[in-house]
Design a protein around this ligand. Structure first.
Ligand code: ZN
Ligand code: ZN
Length: 319
């Protein structure tokens, strides 16, 4: 039973104990309807610049996401990485809910628990149920933290040396098909590598490939009985890339708008369709929100639950 449902029960119980029904201050409380066996897939595009992707009015390099998936979900158009806009920290921000400033060669692990550890410790789930797949071996630093109460015993099954984004996708589908993991982070690294070449045509071509893989992943999830109608997918990024006033798309890593502004689209059974959230959210909120969806506590995070992305539930009161 998720925290959201417990909250709903608490509201109903409280409502029944008062003369006023519903209590005015609680009548507009938003909670989410139950999903019996929720799963989460975080689809990370490594380093797409916002202005070249979700922020491009033509959306020509993210056409599949924009035409097929965006109408099904909620975008956050003010979503930030406000720490180190590098790969390891960007992933660790989302996984720990704490701003991270980690060595970007993978030599340093976060000190706070990752989502994989929270999930496995809270539920007793096996390693095969918490998966990190990608194309950069240094992502292994994000598979588990150094926190003494958590750590390697609760870490992810990490498969992070895939040579191409197509190989990462194939491995992702293979893992979904084999073990039906409930918590998955898939990181598409080749996009960033193409960006670093400084060759615009290679960078946007790779973005178009990853865009198609995002749509294929969602379609796969909806075709698989283990996942259909009970899976939340977030399409997001670890960081952006320099805006044109700060060096352009080739590199990233500072605090410019281009590096900090990150794409975010949420899909799932009770996510609002064709909706846009303009309030500021940050990568830290991913940890908190995933904890809420899967029903476990994330006590070391500094993030906030992204409640606006979900449909308000009917309480049966004053509908
Ligand atoms: Zn990156
Ligand atoms: Zn920058």
């Amino acid at each position: 039973m998720t925290r959201r449902i417990l909250l709903l029960i608490a509201i109903v119980v409280l409502a029944c104990q008062t003369d006023e029904f519903p209590p005015a201050e609680q009548a507009n409380q938003s909670v989410v309807r139950d999903v019996p066996d929720p799963k989460v897939v975080i689809f990370v595009m490594d380093g797409p610049r916002y202005q070249d992707s979700f922020g491009d009015p033509s959306h020509v390099h993210v056409e599949d996401i924009w035409t097929q998936l965006r109408p099904l979900g909620t975008i956050c158009s003010n979503f930030r990485n406000s720490s180190l806009t590098m790969t390891v920290s960007g992933h660790a921000n989302m996984l720990t809910g704490v701003w991270q400033y980690l060595n970007n060669e993978g030599l340093e692990r976060p000190q706070q628990p990752t989502l994989f550890e929270y999930y496995r410790k809270a539920t007793g789930a096996p390693q095969t149920d918490a998966v990190l797949v990608g194309g950069k071996p240094k992502l292994g630093a994000c598979a588990y933290s150094t926190h003494p109460a958590y750590g390697a015993a609760y870490g992810a099954l990490a498969d992070i040396s895939n040579p191409t984004d197509l190989a990462t996708y194939d491995r992702l589908i293979n893992l979904l098909d084999t073990n039906a993991p409930r918590l998955v982070v898939a990181s598409f690294s080749q996009l960033d590598q193409k960006g670093h070449t400084g060759v615009w045509s290679q960078y946007v071509r790779q973005m178009e490939i990853v865009d198609s893989l995002a749509a294929l992943t969602w379609n796969y999830l909806q075709s698989d009985p283990d996942y259909s109608n009970q899976t939340y997918m977030f399409i997001t990024a670890d960081h952006g890339r320099h805006d044109d006033a700060h060096g352009g798309f080739q590199n990233h890593g500072d605090t410019c708008w281009g590096c900090q502004q990150v794409i975010f689209l949420a899909l799932g059974p009770d996510v609002r369709q064709n909706y846009e959230v303009t309030n500021l959210h940050t990568q830290r909120d991913v940890c908190t929100t995933v904890g809420e969806i899967l029903g476990f506590e994330t006590p070391y995070t500094n993030g906030f639950a992204m409640d606006e992305i979900f449909n308000p539930i009917s309480t049966g009161i004053d509908d």
